[in-house]
Design a protein around this ligand. Structure first.
Ligand code: HEM
Length: 96
C-alpha cells in the first residue's frame, strides 16, 4: 500500500488535477524580498513545481520511489501541492 500511495503522489506530480492555485491577498505581504500589495491575485503553478529539477531531479522520469521516505534522504512534501494548502485546501485530501 505505501507503494500504491507513492504511485498516486507521483501521478499527481506529473499530472496535477489543478495546475495552478490562486489566492487574492487580503493584506500586503513580502515574499522573498518582493512586496506584493493587498488585493493582488497571485498564483502558484503546481505543475511547474512538479517539473522543476531543483525540486525533483530528473522530473520527466516517472519514479514513485521518490515519495517513499525510507528510501529517500529528502522528503518532497511542500514541493508538490496537488490538493492545495491552508484553509481553502481540498476537503477531499483527508481521504488520501
Ligand atoms: C485526486 C482528487 C482531488 C484533487 C487532486 C483535488 C484538488 C483540489 C485542489 C487543488 C483544490 C484547490 C485547493 C486550494 O486552492 O488550496 C481543491 C479544492 C476543493 N476540493 Fe478537491 N481535489 C480532489 C478531490 C476532491 C474530492 C473527492 C472532493 C469532495 C468530496 C473535493 C472537494 C473540494 C472542495 C469542496 C474544494 C474547495 C475547498 C475550498 O475552497 O474551501 N475534492 N481540490
Amino acid at each position: 500500500m505505501p507503494y500504491l500511495k507513492a504511485v498516486l503522489r507521483e501521478t499527481m506530480r506529473v499530472y496535477p488535477t489543478a495546475a495552478q492555485l490562486s489566492r487574492i491577498l487580503d493584506k500586503d505581504v513580502i515574499i522573498r524580498g518582493y512586496r506584493i500589495p493587498a488585493k493582488t491575485v497571485i498564483g502558484a503553478n503546481v505543475w511547474l513545481m512538479g517539473q522543476d529539477p531543483a525540486n525533483f531531479p530528473d522530473p520527466l522520469e516517472f519514479r514513485p520511489e521518490r515519495w517513499i521516505r525510507e528510501e529517500n534522504e529528502q522528503f518532497y512534501g511542500f514541493k508538490s501541492l496537488p490538493f492545495g494548502y491552508g484553509p481553502r485546501m481540498c476537503i477531499g485530501k483527508t481521504a488520501s
